[in-house]
Design a protein around this ligand. Structure first.
Ligand code: 5IU
Length: 266
């Protein structure tokens, strides 16, 4: 199964150029940790990105929660991504018709397509969502340098996704003419997809398992990688609220990476 293969070998199977790049980055930098930088001040995000940068392969943003969003915030974030060698994902969870998501991706205040290597999208509208996102690209933002992660499951308790929805999401991710734009799947279990060229991103990771007050459900780094098929573990508050951010990021990186190494060991 895909979970037994190394990230290096899966890079060679990836159809998305960004997935290939991310698999190789993970293998060379030896990290499968994604930081969810859910903070509402630009400087606080930049500070977190600088502190955690050495330990992460990906930094995930929600730009619509940044109160003082500006172009210089993006310029500075990109500089940190280059300095520390991580990619940027805007967790926009696009969910509209193709024409609208194309505008939401390329236009507006945030111009997400200009800077986010990766974005997330719901599969609810069907495969036209992938086509719509691709339509926003061209010129300086070539489709080769961008990719999408499709949601096939959520960590929220009581979410409405069922087996059929999960299967159909897998089909959108693996069949059709636009699969070179699909870098991976956001989900909670290894049976979401089988194709080893896609990356499984799994949020809801915390050293202390449990729940928050608003429906989030957490699992340990070891559990998501070894039992649930996660290729990248997403950690937000587990790191953001720690008293020593660097140490905590390093510890999540170590535990996620050790779990991956055990998973692929013969
Ligand atoms: N996120 C989830 N669960 C999901 C999806 C996305 O938690 O199913 I799809 C996002 C939300 C937040 C981050 O940005 O991942 C998790 O943050 P915490 O580790 O602070 O819960």
């Amino acid at each position: 199964s895909r979970t037994k293969l190394t990230y290096e070998s899966r890079a060679n199977l990836a159809k998305s150029p960004v997935a290939k790049r991310l698999f190789n980055l993970m293998a060379t930098k030896q990290t499968n940790l994604c930081l969810a930088a859910d903070l509402s001040e630009a400087d606080a995000i930049l500070d977190m990105a600088d502190k955690c940068g050495p330990y992460i392969c990906l930094l995930k943003t929600h730009v619509d929660i940044v109160s003082d969003f500006s172009e210089s915030f993006i310029v500075n974030l990109q500089a940190l991504a280059t300095r520390h060698n991580f990619l940027l994902m805007e967790d926009r969870k696009f969910a509209d018709i193709g024409n609208t998501v194309s505008l939401q991706y390329g236009q507006g205040l945030y111009k997400i397509a200009n800077w986010a290597d990766l974005v997330t999208a719901h599969t609810l509208p069907g495969r036209s969502i992938v086509q719509g996102l691709k339509a926003a690209l061209g010129g300086a933002n070539s489709a080769k340098e961008r990719g999408v992660f499709l949601l096939a499951e959520m960590s929220a308790s009581g979410n409405l996704i069922d087996e059929k929805y999960k299967e159909n999401s897998n089909k959108i991710a693996t069949e059709g003419g636009d699969v070179d734009f699909v870098a991976g799947v956001v989900c909670q279990s290894a049976d979401c997809f089988a194709f080893p060229g896609l990356i499984q991103l799994t949020p809801g990771v915390k050293i202390d398992e449990g729940v928050d007050k608003l429906g989030q459900q957490y699992q340990t780094p070891e559990h998501v990688v070894k039992e649930r098929g996660a290729d990248i573990g997403v950690v937000g508050r587990g790191i953001l609220q720690a008293s020593n951010v660097e140490k905590t990021a390093a510890s999540y990186r170590d535990r996620l990476w050790a779990a991956y190494q055990e998973r692929v060991a013969k």
